[in-house]
Design a binder for this molecule. Structure first.
Ligand code: 13P
Length: 251
């Protein structure tokens, strides 16, 4: 099944980028201004660059945060709220990235609260799900994915304004990816899970993330249930990120 939505190519810079990264961002914006990109484009720089990029002129590029606190404000040293991201120029926010789950011990209850915070602030959340290598090797991938979706998206909080990103943890930053057939099967399974929650949600693009690069992007983005990509390392290089954007499948 193909959805009617344009694909979304999202870059997650993680904890990379200093003020001198502005020139790369401006090249991205200027290049996309000249071309008609075949996909919607999102960049999630570190929060230190968000307002700088927003005020430099984002053209066709949407901007997003990489995480948010679930509260709107308060005594939470070092944290950032969804409202603050929005105020700095974001329209999207990544929630539940595996690096947050792993290094900050974020569990499903907190992730559900953060999703609500994103909606409260008027941001579009991208919810990341994915299995670890041990879970994959134990044959638990589908059980893990449906568990991550079910525990976060119950009937009360399920909303259409949400994008799911499937990022196998073992594929992130490793240069390894599932085969295209495996990606296709897993995305098809995710769509089946989403159908049980909401038909509108199931019609939304589901992104693939994990070692996407200019060489493998076209094949992955051509898969029927793949609605875009969440790109880490390759999004730091403007030329590579542009190549991935140009590989999007026009549906
Ligand atoms: P890489 O593309 O570097 O594997 O990172 C993927 C990712 O975690 C994007 O959120």
């Amino acid at each position: 099944m193909k959805t009617n939505s344009r694909q979304l190519i999202a870059g997650n810079w993680k904890m990379n980028g200093l003020v001198d990264s502005l020139s790369g961002f401006q090249t991205l914006v200027a290049t996309l201004d000249k071309e008609e990109p075949p996909a919607n484009v999102l960049l999630c720089p570190p929060v230190s660059l968000l307002a700088t990029f927003a005020s430099a002129g984002r053209g066709k590029v949407h901007l997003g945060g990489q995480d948010c606190h679930d509260a709107a404000k308060g005594a939470f040293t070092g944290d950032i709220s969804a409202e603050m991201l929005k105020n700095a120029g974001a329209t999207f926010v990544i929630i539940g990235h595996s690096e947050r789950r792993q290094y900050h011990h974020e569990g499903n209850d907190l992730i559900a609260a953060k999703l609500k915070a994103a909606w409260r602030a008027g941001l579009h959340p991208i919810l990341c799900i994915g299995e670890t290598l041990a879970q994959r090797e134990a044959g638990e991938t589908l059980r893990v994915l449906s568990g991550q979706l079910d525990s976060v998206l119950d009937d009360k909080i399920a909303k259409d304004d949400l994008t799911i990103a499937y990022e196998p943890v073992w594929a992130i930053g490793t240069g390894k990816t599932p085969t295209n057939e495996e990606i296709e099967q897993t995305h098809s399974f995710i769509r089946t899970c989403l159908t049980k929650i909401s038909a509108e949600l199931a019609a939304k693009p589901v992104l693939y993330g994990g070692s996407v690069n200019p060489q493998n992007a076209r094949g992955i983005l051509a898969l029927p249930h793949v609605g875009g990509a969440l790109v880490g390392g390759a999004s730091l290089k403007t030329v590579e990120f542009l190549e991935i954007i140009r590989s999007a499948n026009v549906q």
